[in-house]
Design a protein around this ligand. Structure first.
Ligand code: HEC
Length: 336
């Protein structure tokens, strides 16, 4: 399992430039006090309004991102959920757009809504000059959008303690790191209770595909529990052609770019966030499809699919099925 996460983290940090110390003493004189605009169109000054006296988590994303941003935002949503009421009180999360020309406040509002972001998690844009000043100061200096770093900066502007952190490692550890920026915080009880909140997210199991699904997909998809950020994947192995599914999991961005009708339809149904290209290899894809087929089977076959598949009920274990369903046969499935 770990190799997947590592591969993702590496793919997104190709351009790592060693900037600043891992742990830094930065105060108000270090940070620019430029204006940024949040997803509600409110103009805020970077130091005065966004940093001063606060514990903050700052990362960089853009809504058109074909790969890592969606996953990191989904993982951030988990951390935000665990931080609970402290978000917007003393802990604030800022996801700053690297593509301010495209990312209008409205676009960021839609993106934030797709991840159920509470008020204390702001998606910020601004003039390209201001965004550049901020990202340079925060160590995000990649030359092109595709190269941008997936890690982030966490800090306590009151104590002047700043660190780099990653969204691709353990989210429990990350949550603990953020909480530990508060000098009054003590570790054991809080972490003990975190571990009990969503054990399913933390346990990596043996079934092929399951560990990968939990770490790379579950933040955006359920199997049988409804829409999260993306469609419910129960029955997806039945409603989509197998070759289509393989191709889509590997290069969803290219399928959309070449106007594959199903990819276009899905994109329309889920306009705010894109299915990321997670650089999966063939084994990953086989494992995931197997996992989705098994989960679908466990849930029982949805009525309409059973009808469409006719007599062939017994053969939907995920390997035998082909030709009974069509790529465009059940597109309304993703909307409930
Ligand atoms: C950042 C959120 C996000 C992550 C992470 C993500 N997806 Fe998606 N996925 C989406 C969205 C949104 C769509 C709908 C299409 C679109 O808007 O691009 C989608 C669509 C899909 C579809 C098509 C569903 C259908 O009805 O045909 C499949 C299959 C899928 N994703 C599987 C996966 C798998 C497997 C993973 C993990 C390896 C994964 N996704 C990770 C957001 C995500």
């Amino acid at each position: 399992m770990r190799r997947h996460l590592l591969a993702l983290a590496c793919a997104a940090t190709l351009s790592v430039t060693a900037i600043g110390p891992a742990k830094a003493e930065w105060d108000g004189s270090y940070f620019p006090n430029v204006e940024l605009v949040n997803q509600d169109g409110v103009t805020l000054r970077f130091w005065d309004d966004l940093l001063r006296d606060k514990i903050v988590v700052v990362n960089f994303v853009y809504t058109d991102c074909p790969d890592i941003c969606g996953l990191s935002t989904a993982r951030m949503a988990q951390v935000v959920d665990w931080l609970g009421e402290r978000i917007g009180k003393d802990i604030f999360v800022y996801s700053i757009s690297l593509d301010p020309g495209t990312d209008t406040p409205q676009r960021l509002r839609d993106y934030a809504d797709a991840f159920d972001a509470p008020d204390g998690w702001m998606f910020l844009t601004g003039s390209p000059e201001n965004v550049d000043i901020v990202r340079f100061k925060m160590g995000e200096r990649s030359e092109s959008l595709a190269q941008h770093r997936s890690d982030m900066v966490i800090g306590n502007a009151a104590t002047g303690e700043w660190r780099r952190a990653s969204l691709m490692g353990s989210l429990v550890v990350l949550t603990e790191e953020i909480l530990s920026l508060d000098p009054a915080w003590t570790l054991p009880p809080a972490i003990a209770s975190l571990e009990t909140i969503t054990p399913g997210q933390l346990v990596i199991k043996d079934t092929p595909g399951e560990g990968l699904f939990l770490s790379a997909c579950a933040a955006c998809h359920t199997v049988g529990e409804g829409i999260r950020v993306g469609p419910d994947l129960s029955g997806v192995t039945l409603r989509r052609d197998r070759e289509w599914l393989k191709a889509y999991l590997k290069v969803p961005n290219r399928m959309l770019a070449r106007k594959d009708p199903v990819a276009v339809e899905l994109d329309k149904a889920f306009p705010a966030v894109r299915m990321p290209n997670l650089q999966l290899n063939d084994t990953d894809v086989e494992d995931l499809i197997h996992y989705l087929a098994v989960q679908t089977e466990l849930l029982g076959q949805p009525q309409e699919v059973a009808e469409a598949a006719g007599h062939d009920h017994a053969d939907h274990s995920g390997h035998g099925q082909s030709g009974h369903t069509h790529a465009d046969g059940h597109q309304h499935d993703h909307s409930h």
